[in-house]
Design a protein around this ligand. Structure first.
Ligand code: UD1
Length: 419
């Protein structure tokens, strides 16, 4: 087991680069299953979730190679249509392989992904859409047995909620279906646009990605291409939070500022000065942060649920009371209890968190409860007086490439140790 030791109260200064988006890389790796020949993904971060997706590809019979941040996938040896339970459990979002495997192989066998640390994560929207596309799905013994008679069939679909994962599964299934699929109330996240751009470069005919209605004209085959994964907007938001918490001055580089439109106004409201460049955002924190009236997590382009925890660390230090409303996931405040151990004043009431800012946090022994909750504790630890011992950091490694190595050049005193 590894832990992070963080000695706080150093204002972060300098420049830090953001790696490729985890939440884009995973569906892109699943999309590679659809493609004949070779797919080359650049800027694909070296994260445990990405390794799990690569393991699924290898299990299916693909050849997968990594050279630095480039992953090369060759599907010539594709021979299986199932994903073992152990790999499904390792990463909940492996459900995104369902649409791709079923479309390419005509059948798929996956276990149910089950719940996760954020509460129940149902897949009913994925399944009902795939059924409408003609996939027969039997649910038995915690598993999904799927079969399609020939290619799936394009159809009219409307999501009751713009689910990111369901939209991805529909794009993957419909790209090679017969005829036209029209998807209403699609998720509009940048990761959806990245997936559609990739599929189009492989020969798909998808229009409207990034908007509420996506039209997919099915094509017979797709051929692999070379693609660069978009920057990780949540990693960017996390680094900005670390800068804000420590009273720092940091330029976050290799980002797409437009993707941060839901997050940046919150930092401004906290009194931070922001400067956006073509591919960078500089944040200069005030002496003391100010509370934010209202942080409501929403589907894109609203404030992302994934940034809620890291921003809460900043609110914990702000002057005044901040209100958070978590609209996407049911139990996404587990980090609050850990922040409290560091001196934060946070009251929870269902989907609402009231954060009464304190002038100072104190180093403590704390546990990562989930990926973004762990990132929040890093931000808090960097600001706190004394030393924070952060455990269960495998959660952080799911989404941040060696976070301590990114932060140290900014002056952060953070080291990874063996327990
Ligand atoms: C994706 C991201 C995750 C992020 C989340 C919200 C990936 C791999 N994961 O997760 O990191 O936190 O978006 O931005 O990109 N829902 C249903 N039925 C369904 C599907 C979803 O009720 O079939 C509900 C969920 O319970 C949740 C909401 O819809 O309340 C949003 O889920 P969704 O957008 O699907 O998130 P994920 O794709 O799971």
């Amino acid at each position: 087991m590894e832990r992070l030791m963080i000695t706080g109260q150093v204002p972060l200064r300098g420049e830090v680069e953001v790696h490729g988006a985890k939440n884009s890389s995973l569906p892109l790796l699943a999309a590679a299953v659809l493609c004949r020949g070779q797919t080359v993904l650049h800027n694909c971060p070296d994260l445990s979730d990405v390794s799990a997706a690569c393991e699924i590809l290898s299990y299916l019979g693909c050849r997968v190679e990594r050279e630095g941040r480039t992953v090369i996938i060759d599907t010539e040896g594709l021979c299986r249509h199932s994903v073992p339970d152990s790999l499904m459990r390792e990463m909940r979002s492996s459900i995104v392989f369902l649409g791709a495997i079923a479309a390419r192989m005509g059948q798929a066998e996956l276990s149910f992904p089950g719940g996760c640390e954020l509460g129940p994560r149902p897949i009913d929207l994925h399944l009902s859409a795939l059924r409408k596309l003609g996939l027969q799905i039997e649910e038995q013994h915690g598993g999904l047995l799927c079969r399609s008679e020939g290619r799936m069939r394009g159809t009219q679909l409307t999501l009751s909620f713009p689910s990111v994962g369901a939209t991805e599964n529909i794009l993957l299934a419909a790209a090679t279906a017969r005829g036209r699929t029209v998807l209403n109330n699609a998720a509009r996240e940048p990761e959806i646009t990245d997936l559609a751009d990739f599929l189009n470069d492989c020969g798909a005919k998808i229009s409207g990605a990034g908007e509420g209605v996506i039209v997919i004209d099915g094509v017979e085959t797709l051929t692999g291409c070379e693609h660069r994964v978009i920057p990780d907007r949540i990693v960017a938001a996390t680094f900005l939070s670390c800068a804000a918490c420590t009273g720092g001055d940091v330029r976050v580089r290799k980002v797409e500022p437009a993707h941060l439109a839901g997050v940046l106004p919150i930092f401004e409201e906290m009194g931070c000065r922001l400067e956006c460049g073509a591919d960078s955002v500089r944040l200069r924190a005030p002496e003391r942060l100010r509370a934010v009236r209202d942080v409501r997590t929403m589907p894109y382009p609203g404030f992302p649920t994934d940034a809620q925890a890291p921003v809460m660390a900043a609110a914990a230090l702000a002057e005044g009371t901040s209100v958070f409303v978590e609209n996407i996931f049911e139990s996404r405040y587990k980090h609050a209890a850990e922040l409290r151990r560091m001196g934060a004043q946070i009251k929870l009431e269902g989907r609402v968190a009231l954060v009464e800012g304190v002038p100072k946090l104190y180093g403590a022994e704390v546990f990562c409860t989930d990926l973004r909750g762990g990132a929040a504790l890093v931000a808090a630890g960097l600001a706190a007086e004394g030393t924070t011992v952060l455990r269960d950091i495998h959660h952080i490694d799911r989404g941040y490439e060696r976070i301590e190595e990114a932060l140290r050049p900014l002056g952060a005193r953070i080291v990874r140790e063996q327990d």
